[in-house]
Design a protein around this ligand. Structure first.
Ligand code: HGY
Ligand code: MN
Ligand code: MN
Length: 409
């Protein structure tokens, strides 16, 4: 099979999916919004052409399968996600899914012991429902009723979104793999950071994925007239929030290895001549060491409560995610590293600051990740890119790695 042609096909398909957006003029694709139908149709078509039997599960995951002699009792899953952040690049998640389909195509016609599944997860970013990993949680049997009742900004629940797409929430349990049936999980993903480019490398292996805390903080003051209200009588929620945002940045800059971000901030009533009465903002805190992250989060949550006090502004915290750091499986990662070396690539270890579906899968089966260089370290931005030679290199490593894993007892 011509891997050069397959690598080009992967890139053309990234372009094709990159044109499917729920917003005009920029790429945004959130959980089961209308573009998902076209995405699912293309993925199904491409999976069938790769010799995979494709199915859509109850949470909108598209899973292509080629049976091994061990049938459904021993499944090796290659996956990533097809949802995006707002104004995204076209490789985050999608590249790993399309490389999986291309690798399956390269191996098509050969008989292996283990069954190969290529999984396109419907929701990893957590944008629409502020809850990441809905797709991979479902295949691990962890999409709970509580998660199904999470609401988006329009008041729709996850279950509503599933029904609106034409699927059935009652079928969610059927999306789960039987316990013990998945022998391994592999995810290829853009690095989304500067490390591989700084080292002049195409590829890297991921020994661990940083832990992350996500929360929402509301500062409640009192709206007032911007012209008549004296400064000393104000309860300005935005002034308090601004002080907190600076504290988050200072915490990130002063704690080695910590990443602390306020990415979303909403002002109410959001008018130029009104003293802001309420501000709601997001906090995202990450570190490879859970104890360091916990200390930083505790300090920031306390800061949120005290920052506004001098202004008569209350601060309340709504935790959304507390995800421990996840080590990838040492054995599977060592075999992936061997596949890199066999292909002439040094197995550079790069800890992931970004979360991935591998975080969820690693609790269900051995998991390993391959990173592909991100030019400029750019991601979660329309300037996200990949180099063709790196995509070709990743495909060659994946075919070599999967050949061994699919016949591994
Ligand atoms: O935000 C993240 O960690 C990833 O891009 N989902
Ligand atoms: Mn992402
Ligand atoms: Mn991603």
């Amino acid at each position: 099979m011509d891997l050069d042609a397959l690598a080009d096909e992967v890139l053309h398909r990234c372009d094709a999916l990159g044109r499917l957006s729920e917003e005009p003029g920029r790429l945004t694709r959130t959980f089961l919004k209308p573009p998902a139908h076209a995405v699912h149709d293309l993925l199904t078509e491409w999976m069938l052409k790769a010799g995979l039997h494709a199915r859509l599960d109850a949470v909108g995951n598209v899973i292509g399968r080629t049976l091994g002699s061990a049938g459904e009792h021993r499944v090796f899953v290659v996956g990533s996600h097809v949802d995006t952040v707002p104004d995204a690049g076209k490789y985050d998640g999608v590249l790993g899914v399309l490389l999986g389909i291309a690798a399956a195509k390269a191996l098509h016609g050969r008989t292996f012991l283990n069954t190969l599944d290529v999984a396109a997860f419907s929701e990893e970013e957590g944008v629409r429902f502020r809850t990441p990993y809905l797709g991979s949680l479902a295949v691990c049997g962890k999409l709970t009723d509580e998660l199904l009742h999470r609401r988006d900004a329009d008041g729709f629940t996850v279950a509503d979104a599933i029904r609106a797409y034409g699927l059935h929430p009652a079928d969610v349990p059927d999306a789960a793999y039987p316990a013990g049936s998945v022998v391994g999980y592999f995810e290829a993903h853009i690095e989304q950071g500067p490390v591989l480019e700084a080292k002049g490398l195409s590829l890297g292996v991921v020994p661990a994925i940083m832990g992350q805390t996500r929360a929402w903080i509301t500062f409640t003051g009192k709206a007032g007239h911007a012209g008549t209200q004296p400064m000393e009588l104000r309860r300005d929620a935005l002034a308090a929030a601004a002080a907190f945002v600076s504290a988050v940045e200072a915490c990130g800059r002063s704690t080695p290895g910590l990443r602390a971000t306020v990415g979303s901030l909403t002002v109410s009533p959001n008018a130029g001549n009104v003293v802001p009465g309420e501000v709601r903002l997001s906090v995202d805190v990450r570190h490879a060491d859970d104890a360091v992250r916990a200390r930083a989060v505790a300090g920031l949550f306390a800061e949120a409560e005290t920052t506004g006090r001098s202004r008569g502004v209350g601060g309340s915290v709504e935790p959304a995610l507390d995800q421990a750091a996840v080590p990838c499986d040492p054995g599977l990662t060592a075999r992936l590293a061997a596949a890199l070396e066999a292909g002439g690539h040094p197995p550079e270890a790069v800890v992931s600051g970004a979360g991935h579906d591998a975080v969820v899968m690693a609790d269900f089966c051995p998991a390993a990740m391959l990173f592909v260089r991100s030019p400029g370290g750019v991601s979660h931005h329309p300037g996200e890119s990949v180099r063709r030679e790196d995509v070709r290199a990743a495909l060659g490593v994946m075919v070599r790695f999967l050949e061994a894993e699919l016949d591994r007892h």
